[in-house]
Design a protein around this ligand. Structure first.
Ligand code: DGY
Length: 320
């Protein structure tokens, strides 16, 4: 078929989107459950013109050097911190991502974690199962009220706004601050004031370990931290210390550094800490729409057009 390009997709995706890609291009899908190691990815993609990656694939300058025919990278995520955008731009390679379609799913999970941490759900669930529910006890599993509490949202983009919408239903007072300048005065103010601090900023050099010892010290002893953004925004050593010393009340992390945490990682034993395996966008509808966008992005770029959701600025070349 004229114009047919070789594409590597680094995992099967839910929904029908990959059929559309297969109908016009030659598609190989990485079949293993675990992501390819860097050398495996370089080998599998060696002749590829199109690459559809997951957030678990590192697309760095080294990988791009191994792939001389590569013309497009489409990342199956709204975040693209796994892709070296500058290196791709230097090569004139457009990089796509999947905004909007996972906003509600991620905001819902943020609220689920907030409520679960506030009401100590993991401990209560375990007690009900493990025979520790012996009677109704006035002072057991006491948590925090969410209604009318103060919610601090760090990073007020699409997902931050969707979380704020939901907070309206709980009559919460919402504070917002940008994390672009790191631990700035407005961020410190938010940390001092909030009962719940929810992170919705991208991972950048400015937000790396933004929630470290200094930030945690500013938070209230009754405060709860929720991270559904990127693991490295929180310094885990500082968080563990803060939870053990009761400097904050609880935390819920849907993202960690690294992912997954290795067996035996001290964080797994830390009190008042909920960890979920990066499931912010894990609804069937969101993951299928992400696949649609990722395929739309790849098809457009391989056709020489601008991607509908392109993270870097590369002029479209016109039909290839
Ligand atoms: C993203 O899209 O960046 C999420 O972390 C996973 O869907």
């Amino acid at each position: 078929m004229p114009g047919m390009a070789r594409c590597l997709v680094t995992r099967e995706l839910p929904g029908p989107a990959l059929h559309r890609l297969r109908s016009v291009h030659e598609v190989v899908v990485w079949q293993a459950r675990l992501p390819p190691a860097p050398n495996e990815l370089a080998h599998a993609a060696r002749d590829a013109e199109g690459l559809l990656t997951l957030l678990t694939d590192r697309v760095d300058a080294w990988l791009l050097e191994q792939l001389p025919r590569l013309r497009a990278v489409s990342n199956y995520a709204v975040g693209y911190d796994n892709v070296d955008l500058e290196a791709a731009s230097r090569r004139g390679i457009p990089v796509g991502h999947t905004p909007d379609v996972l906003t509600d799913a991620t905001a819902d999970l943020t609220f689920a974690l907030m409520l679960a941490a506030a009401r100590r759900l993991p401990a209560a669930l375990a007690a009900a199962k493990d025979g520790d529910w012996v009677t109704w006890e006035p002072a057991k599993f006491l948590g925090y009220e969410v209604r009318a509490a103060t919610l601090g949202i760090l990073g007020f983009g699409r997902i931050g706004r969707a979380v704020a919408d939901r907070a309206g239903g709980f009559a919460m007072r919402v504070l917002t601050a940008s994390a672009r300048q790191g631990l700035s005065e407005p961020v410190k103010e938010l940390l001092r004031e909030a009962d719940f601090v929810s992170l919705h900023c991208p991972l950048t050099p400015e937000t790396h370990h933004l929630i470290g010892a200094q930030a945690l010290e500013l938070m209230r002893p009754t405060a709860i931290l929720i991270n559904t953004a990127r693991g490295p925004i929180v310094d885990h050593h500082a968080l563990k210390d803060a939870l053990e010393r009761g400097q904050i009340a609880a935390a819920a992390l849907d993202v960690t550094e690294p992912e997954p945490l290795p067996a035996g990682d001290p964080l797994l034993q830390t009190p008042n800490l909920i960890i979920t395996p990066h499931i912010g966008s894990a609804t069937r509808a969101a993951r299928e729409r992400m696949a649609d966008l990722a395929v739309d992005n790849l098809l457009a770029a391989l056709d020489g057009q601008q991607m509908p959701h392109q993270a870097n600025h590369i002029p479209a070349l016109g039909a290839a």
